[in-house]
Design a protein around this ligand. Structure first.
Ligand code: URA
Length: 209
């Protein structure tokens, strides 16, 4: 079973409180989302494998560690996931970025893929799916489906605020993936918004209504 971890570093909690406030403007919201994503990336990448490499310092030869293994792909779920990409790239600048777009069918309430653009060779890459809100889990489940269908074997899901309903749905559908969130909130309301949450993450990031 993959793990579910709440990354509640004090800096993360502080910045999350700032963006939960309904009076937080677009500019500060966008900046804090990126900063939280950057702080989270530090923990999410904690299990990255290392390998030995021989180098020469000004004092002589030595064997040291460097990152080995799978190369990271950040996969924002459009559109709110875009708000987390730059923050993670600050820490992992060589990462590639794949995009996945979905819409919800108004009648069935089921999500559908409308855009998927990924680098090649997903089998050998470490995928970080990012979306600020894990609400019902519908989009997250579909994003993981889309990546697995294209060969991905190592997938982590990273969000800022999770609802218990979404965590359960995603873990039930994909027990093998690790889920990281900055907070686990109370519940979903009838409109499937997370309570207390922070409202519509996409609208708040991009200043739309
Ligand atoms: N998506 C959002 O942007 N906010 C929520 O509370 C739930 C889903």
């Amino acid at each position: 079973m993959g793990k579910f971890e709440v990354l509640d570093h004090p800096l993360i909690q502080h910045k999350l409180t700032i963006i939960r406030n309904k009076n937080c403007g677009t500019r500060e919201f966008r900046q804090c989302v990126n900063e939280i994503a950057e702080l989270m990336a530090y923990e999410v990448s904690r299990d990255m494998p290392l390998e030995d490499v021989e180098i020469e310092t000004p004092m002589g030869k030595t064997v040291q560690k460097r990152l080995a293994g799978k190369k990271v792909v950040i996969v924002p779920i459009l559109r709110a996931g875009l708000g987390m990409v730059d923050g993670i790239l600050e820490l992992i600048p060589a990462a590639k970025v794949g995009h996945i777009g979905m819409y919800r069918d108004e009648e069935t309430m089921k999500p559908h893929e409308y855009f998927v653009k990924m680098p090649d060779d997903l089998e050998n890459r470490e995928m970080f799916i990012v979306d600020p809100m894990l609400a019902t889990g519908g989009s997250a489940i579909m994003a993981v489906d889309a990546l697995k269908k294209r060969g991905a074997q190592s997938i982590k899901f990273v969000c800022l605020v999770a609802a218990p309903e979404g965590v359960k749905a995603l873990r039930d559908a994909h027990p093998d993936i690790d889920i990281f969130s900055a907070a686990l909130d109370d519940h979903l309301n009838e409109q499937c918004y997370i309570v207390p949450g922070l409202g519509d993450a996409g609208d708040r990031l991009f200043g739309t209504k």
